[in-house]
Design a protein around this ligand. Sequence first.
Ligand code: SAM
Length: 253
Amino acid sequence: MTAYRHKKSLGQHFLHDPGYLASIVAAIRPEADDLMVEIGPGQGALTRPLLAKLRHLQVVEIDRDLVAHLSQAFPPERLTIHRADALRFDFGSLGAALRVVGNLPYNISSPLLFHLADYANEIKDLHFMLQKEVVDRMAAAPDTPDYGRLSVMLQARFQVAKLFNVPPGAFNPPPKVDSAVVRLVPLPVEAIPYRDAGRFAEIVARAFGQRRKTLRNTLRGLIEPEQFEVLGIDPQRRGETLSVDEFSRLANH
Ligand code: SAM
């Protein structure tokens, strides 16, 4: 594609380093008959090596110019192109055991992860390139500086594994931040620790809304002091010290 002007507003940084592209495809391990969707295929840097392994691939791309390019570059019987906003796309419409991959637009990564979490039951796994700082937050353990709402909400629903870092030079144009590849595998339904997703989300949001405050303060009105005692959780602790299981115990009480 010649003289393409990158659209900064769409987070367009195209991968060009063959070594990193090969490492990402090796991490995904595509099998010929996988049902796979790539979010934000761009100029097809990842699409091409994926299609070398897959019989068929679906993509969701918002940019009209890139959609036109992709439809010329790949035959429709190999590549189904959805010109759509991934934040509004119905991933459930693609079928079960869906594999989701993508070098994501970093400016929408958190809302996109929350949107995809809604389809966790239909999804087999997800492999994403994201801003390294976001991946560190996703995979963080309790009582570490990166641990927060994103860590708890994702780890309650997925097994989260950071795979490797990718430097800015692997992209064109290079982003200002380091990147990393992450794998998410939905937990089986019986392993989800909370009973009511809305209640769990509310407790987690309240506990991290004011990070420096104790649970007694942030959860006032939701959990009474004597209930903390029954659950064996000290109300003087701060939310950032609680494990996903402890948050679930509070939400399930
Ligand atoms: N996968 C390509 C690569 O690695 O070279 C491009 C990655 S680039 C970081 C992100 C891509 O996501 C761009 O192609 C951009 O147009 C697309 N994009 C941005 N916002 C989107 C949205 N809301 N829905 C779908 N695609 C989007």
